[in-house]
Ligand binder design. Structure first.
Ligand code: DOR
Ligand code: ZN
Ligand code: ZN
Length: 440
């Protein structure tokens, strides 16, 4: 088995940066060492910071159906460049991923990906047997509001049936729909994953129902508001829509209070020409999420530990992704090397996503990913790609039984006196094993 030494790294541990050398054994992190032991290959990281690669648990690849917007190769190049080592793909394609056969088609198409990937499965209200038969899915995605694709569920009785049979559900539910689905889940003693929370009122719902809901926030709701939507014009359409400054502040406060479990891009590429022509929803986000978050670290709005927890450790735990999400011996060596001092402007034309525009156009951000390793292989460095075949992640089996005890990943910090990451460290997150027990 080939060994690789990443010499002179700095890594984030317990909210501190520590200098070390990372010894990789094949695809895994072998050990984290003080001594630069020899290896088959030695790569000098030159004191840069190495974090676990982002697990982006919410992206929309457009294959099959609309490969002109994105395909598995382009999405994965954008991901690798953005410091994302795994993505979870949503089911609202044309046709939607609501049958095992269509999931298998996606599995074939996704072999082009350079980075690792997993799949959410769709629900159309009529495919319960398919849901039961689908294997290794991250979640069953329930659309309770109108958006891209035709997957909106119109009656709560089918939502209830799906919550009962699915191993885990993610929801696109805004405002009253969020309130209703959380209350349904809570009555069934289930815990749902709420995508892209965007308002202060939704944060209140999350706060009241921590036992029944995981909360995801998207970067565009953290860094843009309705004022940006106005200046973006036709390009500014996204679901959920960009909100007020007060809503945005509520999201940042929720992060500080430990109420948010994950940050995910909701990368939803549409070509500029398509958006200019009619009202369609979605922003690309893969290549800007880590720079935006690192910029916030430089501005002291977040710590690096927060970034690592929200973009990698928690996504792996929430979705039960085997062996990923932590810089730990025996885990997959999925790594992003970041340069916290590098300043660059976001330019749509430089993006690798097929849609090649960005709602963050012109923002100068400090802190960028510079190299990415997937399972021990250098896949991207300073603008260059190296051949690699991504593979499907393994989801730790969940049984569709109600959880028997509280399974909050991150306890809330009502005082807000400690930094969220310290609080999380102190009270601890669930281990994967606990998470498994809770699910079955
Ligand atoms: O803006 C959005 N775009 N929101 C969604 O829920 C779906 C997504 C898409 O697939 O285009
Ligand atoms: Zn959505
Ligand atoms: Zn989405």
């Amino acid at each position: 088995m080939k060994s690789t030494l990443l010499k002179n790294c700095r890594i984030v541990e317990n909210n501190k940066l520590i200098s070390c050398h990372l010894f990789l054994e094949g695809e895994k992190i072998g050990h984290i060492s003080d001594d630069p032991i020899t290896a088959d290959e030695v790569i000098d990281i030159k004191g840069k910071i190495v974090i676990p690669g982002m697990i982006d648990c919410h992206v929309h690849c457009r294959e099959p159906g609309n490969p002109q917007k994105e395909d598995y190769l382009t999405i994965s190049r954008a991901a690798a460049k953005g410091g994302i080592t795994t993505f979870l793909d949503m089911p609202n394609n044309t046709p939607p991923t609501t049958t095992v056969e269509r999931l298998e088609e996606k599995r074939v198409l996704a072999k082009k990906s350079l980075v690792d990937y997993g799949f959410h499965f769709g629900a159309d209200g009529k495919n319960e047997q398919e849901i039961k038969n689908a294997k290794n899915i991250a979640s069953v995605k329930l659309y309770l509001d109108l958006t891209t694709g035709g997957l909106k569920l119109d009656d709560f009785s089918s939502v209830e049936r799906i919550l009962n049979i699915a191993p885990f559900c993610a929801v696109h539910a805004e405002q009253e729909n969020l309130t209703n689905v959380i209350s349904l889940a809570s009555g069934l003693k289930k815990k749902v994953y709420a995508c892209h929370i965007s308002t202060a009122a939704e944060i209140q719902e999350i706060r009241k129902n921590r036992k029944s809901v995981f909360a995801e926030v998207a970067p565009h709701h953290l860094f843009l508001t309705e004022d940006d939507a106005a200046s973006l014009g036709m390009l500014g359409h996204v679901r959920p829509a960009l909100k007020t400054k007060a809503d945005q502040e509520a999201l940042w406060n929720a992060i500080a209070g430990g109420l948010v479990d994950t940050i995910a891009t909701d990368h939803a590429p549409h070509l500029k020409e398509e958006k200019m022509e009619k009202e369609i929803y979605g922003f690309p986000g893969l290549e800007t999420v880590i720079p935006l978050l690192l910029h916030a670290v430089n501005e002291k709005r977040l710590t690096l530990q927060d970034v690592v927890v929200l973009t990698s450790r928690n996504p792996a735990k929430v979705f039960g992704i085997h062996n990923k999400g932590q810089l730990k011996e025996g885990f997959d060596a999925d790594l992003a090397v970041i340069d916290l001092d590098l300043e660059k402007e976001v330019r749509g034309t430089c993006l690798l996503t097929k849609c090649a525009w960005s709602p963050f156009e012109g923002k100068v951000l400090k802190g960028w990913p510079v190299a990415t390793f997937i399972r021990g292989t250098l896949v991207y460095r300073d603008g260059n790609f190296f051949p690699h075949q991504g593979k499907e992640i393994t989801i730790i089996a969940r049984r569709p039984q109600p959880p028997t005890r509280e399974q909050n990943l991150i306890p809330e910090n009502p005082e807000g006196e400690n930094s969220p990451s310290l609080q999380r460290e102190k009270e601890g997150s669930l281990s994967l094993q606990q998470e498994e027990e809770n699910n079955g």
